[in-house]
Write a protein that binds this ligand. Structure first.
Ligand SMILES: Cc1cc2nc3c(=O)[nH]c(=O)nc-3n(C[C@H](O)[C@H](O)[C@H](O)COP(=O)(O)O)c2cc1C
Ligand SMILES: [Fe+2]
Ligand SMILES: [Fe+2]
Length: 393
């Protein structure tokens, strides 16, 4: 499938309906690897696909042009999901690889680049390809040191690579084709929360640069193309990087025999009755990336774990490591809870993660319980939740 974006610019990427795992990110809706073709005096590809999608990419490309007529392949970012097919692509097309110095280094460290011809570009540099100019804007650490975006100056099209993307396989290629726009923004938020969050302090500066450009289309390398909602997605990026939170509690737990679960639910009820929006997630059946989407702008994070063999429950340990790496905003309120049999060990591990993240830790006796919590204990959990909602923290 190929889709015309505007005269001379086409989407020729690959839709992966099957992918469910993406370096730990559970992609329940699949993903797309967007590749774009610009036809001018020089024919240009923007980014490539994962290695196994090479054939699909070639099929799409051949429906528009003889691949040997490709002059340049712009590589905005060296990660394998956009470069895995590059070795074959360079060999087959004979095209020159246009990228920045850091990305070139990353390509050389991942592939056999012998014989590749590179054009190394710097920040704000332009490349003329006929009637068009391509302008390269470096966006280091969003989310690798090698990231850049490419702006087709005359067309007002921004090829943003990972930025503004979503892991979402769909037949729709453009935002305005989506009936449920909020769903699209939720997917975009989830992507932000799991890919860009640790580097969010760099986002406002990049947005300032982008605001100086006129942008008719944002063409990311995953998900749909932004056309009708360009301003809105830029605004949402600013909002998600602001560290502002809403009055939401995210309660995350795992459990062996449901004791920790009972506590989670009662604390949640108290918070709800206290007027807080509550989300409760069991780690055994919820992808961590979904949970991080809600933690991004939550005021409260409550994490529960039973004690297993003098330690925290493994799925909770895994979640803590994941969350800590993503460095959600500090000044959140952290609560650790859990059931144990004879010597409680789990909540200390949770609390030390909260402390490293700069969360304000709230503690109470009722947050740990020996074996199965009795009704009296659960009602204390409920009261705690209700009080937490009112605490002036
Ligand atoms: C394999 C296993 C190992 C356990 N190890 C410990 C332990 O080292 N220390 C402890 O205090 N409790 C230990 N427990 C007891 C549990 O923490 C206790 O049953 C708790 O109520 C489980 O909570 P849950 O229903 O939320 O899973 C262990 C339980 C199991 C099944
Ligand atoms: Fe990436
Ligand atoms: Fe990517």
């Amino acid at each position: 499938m190929v889709v015309k974006i505007k005269d001379g610019i086409y989407w020729i990427g690959a839709i992966d309906w099957d992918v469910r795992e993406f370096h730990g990110y559970e992609t329940l809706n699949g993903s797309t690897y967007n590749v774009y073709l610009i036809r001018d005096e020089k024919n240009v590809l923007i980014d490539a696909t994962k290695g196994y999608l090479f054939q699909e990419l070639m099929l799409n490309l051949k429906s528009l042009i003889d691949p040997k007529e490709i002059d340049y392949i712009v590589v905005n970012h060296g990660e394998m999901d956009h470069t895995g097919s590059l070795e074959k692509l360079v060999k087959y097309t004979g095209a020159k690889v246009v990228t920045n110095e850091r990305c070139r280094e990353h390509l050389e460290l991942q592939y056999n680049t012998e014989g590749w011809e590179f054009i190394t570009v710097d920040d704000k540099e332009e490349l003329e390809i006929g009637s068009r100019r391509l302008k390269f804007i470096k966006t280091p650490m969003l989310h690798w040191p090698d990231n850049m975006v490419t702006y087709a100056v005359e067309d007002k099209v921004l090829f943003s690579n990972d930025a503004f993307g979503q892991h979402l396989a769909s037949s729709e290629r453009f935002d305005y084709q989506f009936k449920d726009l909020e769903l699209l923004f939720e997917e975009t938020k989830e992507y932000f929360a799991n890919i860009l969050l640790p580097y969010r302090m760099l986002v406002p500066g990049v947005l300032e640069t982008l605001k100086k450009l006129e942008i008719d289309y944002i063409c990311p390398s995953h998900g749909v193309i932004w056309k009708e909602h360009v301003g809105e997605v830029l605004e949402r990026y600013l909002e998600w990087s602001s560290d502002r939170y809403v009055n939401r509690a995210v309660i995350v737990y795992d459990t062996m025999y449901n004791s920790t679960k009972k506590m989670a639910h009662r604390i949640g009820e108290g918070l709800m009755d206290g007027g807080v929006q509550v989300k409760i997630y069991n780690l055994s059946n919820t992808p961590m990336n979904k949970i991080m989407r809600d933690i991004l702008d939550a005021k409260y994070v409550l994490i529960g774990s039973p004690t297993l063999n003098s330690n925290i429950y493994p799925s909770v340990a895994k979640f803590l490591a994941y969350m800590e790496g993503l460095k959600p905003a500090d000044k959140k309120i952290g609560v650790a809870f859990g059931s144990y049999g004879w010597m409680e060990m789990a909540t200390g591990v949770i609390k030390s993660t909260f402390e490293r993240l700069g969360f304000k830790v709230v503690e109470e006796d009722c947050l740990t319980c020996r074996f199965v919590p009795k009704e009296e204990h659960l009602s204390r959990c409920y009261e705690f939740g209700k009080r937490l909602a009112q605490m002036d923290l």
